[in-house]
Design a protein around this ligand. Structure first.
Ligand SMILES: CC(C)(COP(=O)(O)OP(=O)(O)OC[C@H]1O[C@@H](n2cnc3c(N)ncnc32)[C@H](O)[C@@H]1OP(=O)(O)O)[C@@H](O)C(=O)NCCC(=O)NCCS
Length: 339
């Protein structure tokens, strides 16, 4: 296991947090619940029908895992009422009608969508965080959190990063053993202001989760004015705003990828910069660049991509890739405990 992950697991074990996993129907989630509970990474609440989960996973030892069936949960009405209250005045985009006319409609919704159930458990303070998305899309995983958990004070938006862990053999452009890449999962075409807030959250995640001294690069197809385009102007404006909202964080922009991480290129394209050539937090200009970028580094560079990890939520919720493995879920549970 990499040093970065090793430290994340050790820190999580000391915290004793409770994490809800709403996808009891997914074998990988059930296995991850078992491993996380057994290793003492977190206390786990797995949502679903206990008999169904056990009969579908006879080989998995669920000792220490709390299996909770929302259908028979005494708190179900409390969560339905909370959802109804939180969403009052909200209009359903498809129907043009209020989202919930009655509490009974909210109850139907929580029993239909266990990710919403998990989000309401967090909102009520009954669990600390949630990991979901092994068998649901990113949009369906994050929407309940966006609707009821909302952003934490001081943050304008929720965004998603990947913790890119260098291969065991090392990588000559990765001095710290890992990078933070953002936004790779949520905000499709962020404005300058949104990019600056994505960078601010990413710098905080670099410190709190990865234990890095953040050096933030605002990526572009231009380095310090080498090209001209409105897309570059957006990145430059984001960098300038970032300097105002996070004056103590080392940052540089706009930089091409090689100017950001290759010292020799940085020396000619951004001479004198304290960040160029050694950046460890890479901020991509849009979701296309971020999503393609992390997959290139994962597939061609042999890095382990952990995430998408959400930042900016008032309480921790994390999405999983639907292609995830059991060990990715266990790692995401540990990261959620640290958020
Ligand atoms: C997450 C996503 C589904 C939200 O879009 P949506 O369902 O149309 O939802 P809306 O835009 O109506 O927003 C729903 C709520 O979330 C809030 N919200 C949306 N994006 C947000 C963000 N980035 N940060 C904080 N809040 C946000 C909205 O303000 C809204 O709140 P309200 O209902 O209380 O008024 C959308 O951003 C998305 O699809 N992103 C891409 C995800 C993706 O496909 N990733 C693939 C790569 S892994």
């Amino acid at each position: 296991m990499s040093k970065v992950l090793d430290e994340i697991f050790s820190k999580a074990k000391l915290l004793g947090k409770t994490i809800v996993l709403p996808e009891g129907e997914d074998k990988r989630v059930v296995e991850a619940a078992s491993i996380a509970a057994k290793k003492g990474i977190a206390k786990i609440v797995l949502l679903g029908n206990e008999a169904d989960i056990k009969s579908a996973n006879p080989d998995v030892d669920l000792t220490g895992v709390t299996v909770l069936d929302p259908v028979n949960d005494a708190n179900c009405d409390k969560y339905a009422e909370l959802l109804f209250k939180l969403r009052q005045g909200k209009i359903n985009k498809k129907t043009g009608l209020p989202e919930f006319a009655e509490v009974s409609d909210a109850k139907k919704a929580v029993l239909k969508d266990y990710t919403m159930y998990g989000a309401l458990m967090i909102k009520s303070g009954d669990v600390y965080g949630m990991v979901s998305g092994a068998c649901h899309s990113t949009a369906n995983t994050l929407r309940p959190g966006l609707q009821v958990i909302k952003t934490k004070p001081g943050t304008k938006l929720v965004s998603c990063y990947f913790l890119m862990v260098a291969p065991e053999s090392g990588n000559k452009y990765c001095n710290d053993g890992c990078f933070i890449f953002a936004d790779c999962g949520l905000n499709q075409n962020p404005t300058s202001e949104e990019l600056a807030y994505i960078a601010q959250s990413s710098a905080e995640s670099a410190i709190n989760i990865a234990g890095l001294d953040p050096k933030v690069a605002f990526l572009s197809h231009s380095s310090k004015g080498s090209a001209k385009h409105a897309d570059i102007d957006k990145v430059v404006a984001a960098f300038n705003l970032f300097k105002e909202i996070a004056p103590d964080v080392k940052a540089e922009g706009e930089l091409q990828l090689d100017s950001a991480i290759v010292p020799e290129v940085a020396a000619s394209k951004a001479p004198g910069s304290l960040v160029a050539g050694q950046a460890n937090v890479l901020i991509f200009p849009d979701l296309d660049a971020g999503n393609i970028g992390y997959k290139l580094v994962e597939r061609l560079g042999g890095f382990q991509a952990i995430g998408p990890i959400c930042q900016g939520f008032d309480k921790p919720i994390n999405d999983l890739s639907r292609g995830c493995h059991t060990e990715d879920i266990v790692a995401t549970i540990a990261i959620t405990c640290l958020q």
